[in-house]
Design a binder for this molecule. Structure first.
Ligand SMILES: C[S@@+](CC[C@H](N)C(=O)[O-])C[C@H]1O[C@@H](n2cnc3c(N)ncnc32)[C@H](O)[C@@H]1O
Length: 222
């Protein structure tokens, strides 16, 4: 098998990825790899919790995949969610999932490459989960995300090192490019950018990053 582009890979993997979340949005019951499941569950919980207060807020879900973050936040009272993904099958699933849960009026799922899409709005929260793994020029994504974020941006970065990282690299070798990070690299990536506070936390196989912007509401009450 030759290495595909990331968009082609996720286009062919969309249904498998969607199934990880389970049929009724009960989380991750079908996945074989416990460690992978744990990381996905933790970053999902932390992001959803980090988006409180959500009522009346706007969100952009970058690399939204089948739209599970978007849909949960729409159900919890977000005003408007914009999801973007360059894999067509992912966008089809996101639209279908939103329709099935009755939140299609609050969600706009756009097919496109985040870096080539002009985004005119600013959003209270930006979600960048399971995305930086595939990005060749991470600094460009980070700058663009921060430029469209009012309150908080959430990122996950896969951790470099260890048996699991090695095993994952091996699995992805012929699928698509994969980039991994350590904490020092992350601090370098986020240095000299304009924000109020940066939090980097290791959760399972990911580094979870929260960026607090200068002018946004960063309250934690629901
Ligand atoms: C591992 S999935 C994560 C999906 C979702 N964020 C989640 O955590 O459930 C990564 C997604 O990012 C998308 N993606 C990667 N690079 C992208 C880019 N440059 N522009 C838009 N989407 C991209 C892929 O197509 C894929 O659907």
């Amino acid at each position: 098998m030759s290495k595909k582009s990331t968009a082609e890979f996720f286009d062919s993997y969309a249904h498998g990825f969607n199934a990880i979340y389970g049929n009724k949005n009960t989380f991750l019951n079908n996945l074989i790899n416990k460690y992978f499941r744990e990381s996905m569950k933790l970053r999902y919980d932390k992001t959803i919790e980090g988006c409180y207060p959500i009522k009346g807020k706007t969100v952009i879900d970058i690399g939204c995949g089948p739209g599970h973050y978007s849909i949960t936040l729409a159900k919890k009272g977000a005003d408007y969610i914009s999801g973007i993904d360059f894999a067509e099958a992912m966008i089809d699933l996101a639209r279908q999932n939103a329709k099935n849960t009755g939140v299609e009026n609050k969600c706009n799922f756009i097919l496109g490459d985040f870096m080539n899409t002009v985004i005119k709005d600013k959003f209270d929260y930006s979600i960048v989960m399971g995305f930086m793994d595939y990005i060749e020029e991470p600094w460009k994504v980070i700058e663009k995300v921060l430029s469209i974020t009012k309150a908080k941006a959430f990122f996950s970065f896969p951790v470099e090192g260890g048996v699991l990282a090695w095993q994952r690299k091996l699995r992805y070798k012929k699928k698509c490019n994969l980039f991994m990070y350590n904490i020092e690299q992350l601090h370098e990536l986020f240095a000299n950018l304009n924000y109020k506070k940066l939090e980097v936390e290791k959760i399972s196989r990911d580094l979870f990053v929260t960026v607090y912007m200068e002018n946004g509401n960063t309250g934690s009450a629901i």
